[in-house]
Design a protein around this ligand. Structure first.
Ligand SMILES: [Fe+2]
Ligand SMILES: [Fe+2]
Ligand SMILES: [Fe+2]
Length: 445
């Protein structure tokens, strides 16, 4: 009989990464389809340059997530300037997030250098390290994509975009890569594919990538990497999903819910807020006074959790529970306004774990509430038929153990967040540390 660790899961990486990166492109209309467009141009360039299958695979995956470290809308829009003043603000976080998952170490290196100028060959190395030529290909592809003006006909822009890329040959871009681009750019169909709403599907059809097999440990590490991507966009959410995952898995274990696969509810806890990638970090950072326009954006997030996760083979249930974590038994939740029995057990566990964690942890506008206060609020929510009575009961029967697990998970995530900030050199001069609650997220009995 194969051991549990020998069980492999097939993961289609391109649709998974492209779906997640596409969500980050929804924070501003200017950015829509950016990652897919850059992946398309990079793949076409790589193919013209004669890259082998493995290089092409790495190029497409790296291009599909190249701006993933642009955690705020401001940083993302800055990367849309033709000459980016401080690219490290998004290339370092992107590389650091990707490097957290060992099989993506190569992608991290490519993303790290995707704004480096060629500098007549000096850009072939940086800080004593060889720079992958795939980074330079993405740089060129990216500079093509950022010049597209969505308000004008693309074929009327072809000439000026080409002229600007040509002018950058040698200093900005490697001349052989510019040559490969000129060959592509002469065909109208290239531009029409590039600006088609279906550019992602065109790319997948033209450059199909084989699925990879991950064992259990790798799958968990991949989900944890996405957890960091979701949470690290704001210091106020930096540890949230870790707490939810710890509480949800403790509840699942105690209730006998899916004893065969406790990983799934933990992954659902890590990823329940993945739809927040469509919410600008600037809104997550607000301390108080969310305007109705901000709430209109925040209310979208569980819907997008479902949109991002459900199409991924093997993640259907995780996507469903995640998309329903703000539903309430009396129908007062959002965005589906489901009621009672319509809401599955996994989603009820997440709703309880999310509420418990949100009350106990420090928020932008207040410090964590005491365990006694949390218990009162959650019991009221049961009485008003909002949260599941049995799961709330389980929390309170095991409050000190469950709260310890939440606290430990959030403490570990907090340490990981600090390391991330150091790696990204974001710590100095930021308010990331310092203005914290006096009793940081431990909660008082
Ligand atoms: Fe970029
Ligand atoms: Fe970009
Ligand atoms: Fe949420």
């Amino acid at each position: 009989m194969p051991s549990e660790t020998a069980v492999k899961t097939r993961v289609e990486l391109y649709p998974l990464l492209a779906g997640i990166a596409a969500a980050t492109d929804l924070v501003s209309p200017v950015l829509v389809n950016h990652h897919r467009r850059v992946a398309f141009v990079a793949a076409a360039l790589g193919s013209n340059l004669g890259l082998n299958q493995e290089e092409l695979r790495r190029l497409i995956l790296a291009a599909a997530v190249h701006d993933i470290g642009g955690l705020t809308v401001g940083t993302r829009l800055e990367a849309f300037e033709f000459e980016v003043a401080t690219p490290a603000r998004h290339t370092l976080p992107g590389a650091s997030l990707l490097a957290g998952f060992a099989p993506f170490a190569e992608l991290a290196r490519i993303v790290r250098f995707h704004h480096l100028y060629w500098q007549h060959g000096r850009g072939g190395a940086e800080e004593g390290e060889e720079v992958p030529r795939l980074s330079h290909i993405i740089h060129l592809a990216d500079r093509v994509a950022v010049q597209i003006d969505p308000t004008r006909e693309i074929l009327a822009q072809q000439r000026e975009i080409v002229a600007r890329i040509k002018a950058g040959s040698g200093e900005m871009f490697a001349p052989d890569q510019v040559e490969a681009f000129l060959e592509l750019a002469g065909r109208e169909a290239f531009w029409l594919d590039l600006t088609s709403p279906g550019v992602g599907a065109i790319l997948e059809q033209r450059f199909p990538l084989a699925a990879l097999e991950f064992d259990r440990g790798q799958l968990l590490a991949l989900a944890e990497m996405f957890r960091r991507l979701i949470d690290f966009r704001s210091r106020f959410t930096a540890t949230h999903s870790s707490g939810v995952a710890a509480v949800a898995s403790a509840l699942a274990a105690r209730s006998g819910f899916m004893p065969a696969d406790p990983d799934r509810i933990m992954i659902a806890g890590w990823l329940h807020d993945i739809g927040k990638l469509v919410v600008p970090a600037e809104i997550l950072e607000k301390r108080q006074g969310l305007a109705s326009g901000d709430l209109a954006i925040i209310y979208k997030h569980p819907y997008y959790t479902g949109e991002i996760l459900r199409p991924i083979p093997g993640f259907e249930d995780i996507g469903q529970w995640g998309s329903l974590h703000h539903e309430r038994l009396d129908g007062s939740g959002y965005p589906f306004r489901m009621k009672g029995e319509e809401i599955p057990q996994g989603a009820r566990i997440l709703a309880v774990a999310d509420t418990f964690t949100a009350l106990m942890e420090d928020r932008p506008y207040r410090c964590g509430i005491s365990a006694a206060g949390t218990e009162r609020i959650m019991r009221d929510m049961v009485e008003y038929h909002r949260l599941d009575r049995d799961f709330v009961g389980l929390v309170h029967e095991n409050i000190s153990e469950i709260n310890d697990r939440r606290h430990e998970a959030q403490l570990a995530a907090d340490q990981a967040h600090l390391r991330f900030l150091e790696e990204c050199r974001l710590l100095a001069g930021s308010s990331e540390v310092g203005d914290r609650c006096p009793v940081s997220s431990r909660g008082q009995a």
